[in-house]
Design a protein around this ligand. Structure first.
Ligand SMILES: [Zn+2]
Length: 106
């Protein structure tokens, strides 16, 4: 399905082959082999403060806007936390914050 061979962006999961620019750019202007041009520009993330939960929502919304069926968009978005950018942040929890704010309603 959406999984294609070749490297995918380690921030949003988009295959770099689908990136019109072929990938983000490093600080020295060279091409990044890890991140796409939407996420990474001149050695910095375009949205440095985004949480993994926000990125997951973003990716799902983006796929839906590309006319992916909802269940496929969700399945693909679920892979986002496994990408390298987010793995190193596993201890910094945006997800936990959401869970605690849900608690008082029960
Ligand atoms: Zn990306």
């Amino acid at each position: 399905m959406f999984k294609s061979r070749g490297p995918a962006c380690q921030s949003c999961g988009m295959p770099l082959s689908k990136d019109p620019r072929g990938g983000g750019t490093n600080a020295d202007g060279s091409r990044s082999s890890e991140y796409c041009s939407h996420c990474y520009h001149q050695g910095a993330f375009t949205e440095p403060g985004i949480t993994v939960a926000e990125m997951t929502t973003l990716v799902e919304g983006k796929l839906r806007s590309m006319h992916f069926p909802g269940f496929l968009a969700r399945r693909f978005a679920k892979e986002v936390p496994t990408l390298r950018r987010w793995k190193s942040q596993a201890s910094r929890t945006g997800a936990q914050r959401e869970q605690t704010s849900e608690a008082p309603t029960r």
